[in-house]
Ligand binder design. Structure first.
Ligand code: BGC
Length: 767
């Protein structure tokens, strides 16, 4: 299996020549549909022949993935591992490595297996390319707020271009876990709470990463993760149990995974969580019966970091060996960092506890993905240092990141049209440590990016030539923060508070930039309190006492509880963590060079006690309100969110009129729905028109509303346009307890508007 050296040389020359074109070609190609790979597993001749030559140890080696020894995203490997792992590379006992990046570094490791192992089977190099590689895009939750599928696809495309130029050919993304719980730190990594929006975004991301063909050296294999229900961790506590019913499993959790599959995703990752009593990693129903069986997935499934071993702690396996047997038999093809398959799978096969057919199937799936990536033809196709030099951090990538950042900002509140501000304005104060922070806007999951590379809000204002005076107010952090440690937040040092209050007193207007540190969300970052961390709330209140003309810029990796601010602060801009270009996007939006159009992909609660809170909930038998206390409510807080799913304002104003249904096709359960949207303001702008359906009565309880369509409509000042949707039977159907799609005739309601609170509705009967 040593590659032909002539071929290698040739491909390197070609790569060099096309390097400059790669990015532009790949931009174009990402719009074309990609081949559907969901047909039944059929290995190529090369894979079949190779499999026939492999010893059992070599086969198991392909199922083994190691961390790249110096950079970790989980518990650090035990001492002595590094030496052992290098030896395993030479002896063909490693199929994949994660967390090694850089064209030269990857080449070095690839050379060991290609030149020194018996069969020279190339490694597949995985990395969490979650929202960019060096050039960072907004965190995925923020990008989801753009509801802009083309922009999101482009973000994934460019992330792939940069990662591929640095030797990576496999990303552990997209994370498509639906979550309704802002306490869970990993909401920053997904697309929010809705299965429809989540599915559309999942598809866009897979298509962006994988492009038209995996053999294109600017594309990388994607991973749909974490299969399944990890986003339903109880109490929002990471790694915790999920316990959900079949309605939620089939109608909420699974659709984005199915969308990835239909988009041709190359791999799946299982998860850390227990789902209804079974750890996802050992769940035969999910992996073997559903994904590989009913759905016909022909790629491979990788475990999560050490999740095979964790089945012992779960109490699902007595020891690592039992865990290995359970995982392999359940359909988990590759072991990420449990060191279980490599140590114990051979014994398990020899004892007859795992059939050799299970091994052959797993290896064949893994080799097939390597084949699709073209690694057998050229194991070094991702290792071109010239390409790396040319493409990583390219100016066009920054321009695209800025474009998505602008689209991701959500204007939560704008009383009296306080925003946008005028650039010439005097007496402007900027307060808050995050305004000067060049790290936090990069967010979590930025393994290969460089620290301090975000444009800060202050830099964004400078670029626009805005005149302002800055005070930090209070320090937010208490030292350095990083990806693997808790964030030390300053809870006591009030130095700087008085100066900020004094500045506010003397100013006409105050922009306050408050929120979370970049690493306060992400993996392992669950929170029970969702207010501003540290002393920021106190700072806000003290500034507000002397000057209530405040514009609040919120940076966060999740919905925060903004109830106090909503009652008192006239303008609030949700800016998430917007990546490398953050400060430019925020400044442009504050001063009207960019008109906000984002809509919330997750409900913002009034109080943590409302969580989980989401728009597509079931109806209770006591919806109320009634005079007595016996209805479904809280005695100390409203049942409604602060800002609902789909909410987001604009500097323009949009009116909806003439909602009509074209029922000429109703007999076939196909419906045309249209509405007239008018921009009644003097500002050009973009509205995201949302269509929801509800089924008032069915043989199962259906959610109060479900998103079934949306369109981003760009209207110049004063312009009106008819916006049309086409609904089909599937949009009115649901999955029953057996996972079958069911349509029940009867009355449905169609709701249209600019958020999930849409006021325009019309009923229709379908038979
Ligand atoms: C995360 C995965 C990630 C893996 C590798 C785990 O801790 O749960 O999502 O892909 O680490 O970094």
């Amino acid at each position: 299996m040593k590659p032909d050296t002539k071929l290698k040389r040739k491909s390197k020359v070609i790569l060099g020549q096309i390097a400059a074109l790669t990015m532009f070609l790949s931009f174009l190609s990402c719009n074309k549909p990609i081949a559907n790979r969901t047909n039944n597993l059929s290995a190529s001749n090369r894979v079949t022949n190779l499999l026939a030559k492999m010893t059992l140890e070599e086969k198991i080696g392909q199922m083994n993935q190691y961390n790249g020894f110096w950079d970790v995203t989980g518990p650090v490997p035990v001492a002595g591992d590094a030496k052992m792992k290098y030896e395993h590379l030479r002896t063909g006992q490693v199929g994949s490595v994660l967390n090694v990046a850089g064209a030269a570094e990857v080449r070095k490791m690839q050379e060991v297996v290609v030149n020194e192992s018996r069969l020279g089977i190339p490694l597949i190099f995985g990395l969490d390319v979650i929202h960019g590689h060096k050039t960072l895009f907004p965190i995925p939750l923020a990008e989801a707020a753009s509801w802009d599928l083309e922009a999101i696809k482009q973000g994934a495309r460019i992330s792939a271009v940069e990662a591929a130029a640095r030797g990576i050919n496999w990303t552990f993304a997209p994370m498509v876990d639906i979550s309704r719980d802002a306490r869970w730190g990993r909401v920053m990594e997904g697309a929010g709470e809705d299965p429809y929006l989540g599915s559309m975004i999942a598809k866009a991301r897979v298509e962006g990463f994988q492009g038209e063909s995996l053999s294109d050296p600017s594309t990388i294999a994607a991973t749909a993760k974490h299969f399944a229900a990890y986003g339903f961790a109880e109490g929002g506590r990471d790694y915790n149990t999920a316990d959900i019913g079949t309605y939620t499993l089939y109608n909420v959790v699974l659709p984005p995974f199915k969308a990835c599959l239909d988009a041709g995703v190359a791999t799946f990752m299982n998860g850390f969580n227990v789902l209804n009593g079974i750890p996802a990693t050992g769940d035969r129903f999910l992996q073997r019966d559903l994904l590989k069986g009913k759905w016909g997935f022909d790629g491979f499934i990788v475990s999560d970091w050490g999740s095979i071993n964790e089945m012992v702690a779960h109490g699902f396996a007595a020891d690592l060996k039992e865990a290995v047997v359970a995982a392999a038999n359940a359909g988990c093809d590759m072991d990420m960092e449990s060191l279980g398959y490599v140590k114990l799978l051979k014994e398990a096969v020899e004892e007859g506890r795992v059939d050799i057919a299970v091994i052959d199937e797993a290896v064949s799936r893994i080799l097939q993905v390597k084949e699709q990536l073209g690694l057998f033809d050229d194991p070094y196709k991702y290792c071109d240092v010239d390409r790396e030099e040319l493409l990583v951090g390219h100016a066009d990538h920054h321009a695209a990141a800025l474009d998505v950042a602008r689209r991701s900002i959500v204007l939560l509140k704008n009383d009296g049209q306080l925003l946008p501000l005028k650039k010439k304005q005097q007496g402007l104060a900027v307060i808050g440590a995050l305004a000067a922070d060049k790290n936090s806007p990069l967010g979590s999951w930025r393994i290969q990016s460089d620290d301090e590379t975000a444009i800060s809000v202050l830099e964004g204002l400078d670029k626009l030539g805005v005149d302002y005076t800055y005070e930090q107010g209070v320090r937010l952090k208490n030292g350095a923060t990083d990806f693997i440690r808790e964030v030390p937040i300053n809870e006591i040092d009030t130095t700087g508070m008085a100066a900020a209050v004094e500045l506010a007193k003397q100013s006409e207007q105050v922009i306050m930039v408050l929120g979370e540190v970049g690493f306060q969300s992400g993996e392992g970052r669950s929170r029970t309190r969702l207010g501003f961390p540290g002393l920021q709330q106190e700072l806000l209140e003290r500034v507000h006492e002397v000057n209530d003309n405040i514009i609040l810029v919120v940076m966060s990796g999740r919905p925060l509880v903004l109830t106090w601010a909503d009652k008192r602060i006239p303008a609030i801009l949700q800016t998430w963590q917007l990546g490398t270009q953050s400060g430019h996007a925020i400044a442009e939006t504050l001063f009207g060079d960019s008109n906000p159009s984002g809509k919330l992909p997750m409900t913002f609660p009034r109080a943590v006690g409302q969580v989980p809170i989401y728009y597509n909930h079931f109806k209770t038998g006591r919806p109320g309100p009634i005079d007595l206390v016996f209805w479904s409510h809280y005695i100390d807080e409203s049942i409604y969110p602060l800002y609902p799913f789909g909410h987001g304002l604009s500097y323009s104003k949009f009116d909806y009129d003439d909602l009509t249904i074209d029922t000429t096709m109703a007999s076939t359960r196909n419906l045309g729905v249209s509405v007239t949207l008018e921009n009644t303001s003097d500002q050009d702008g973009v509205e995201i028109v949302q269509l929801y359906i509800s089924d008032p009565f069915a043989s199962v309880v259906r959610p109060v509303k479900e998103l079934k369509g949306f369109q981003k409509v760009s209207l110049t000042a004063g312009e009106a346009q008819e916006v049309r949707f086409q609904l089909t039977e599937k949009d009115f159907s649901y999955y029953n307890q057996l996972g079958e799609l069911v349509f029940e005739p009867g009355q449905f309601v169609i709701h249209l508007g600019g958020s999930s609170y849409c006021e325009h509705q019309v009923s229709v009967s379908l038979n």
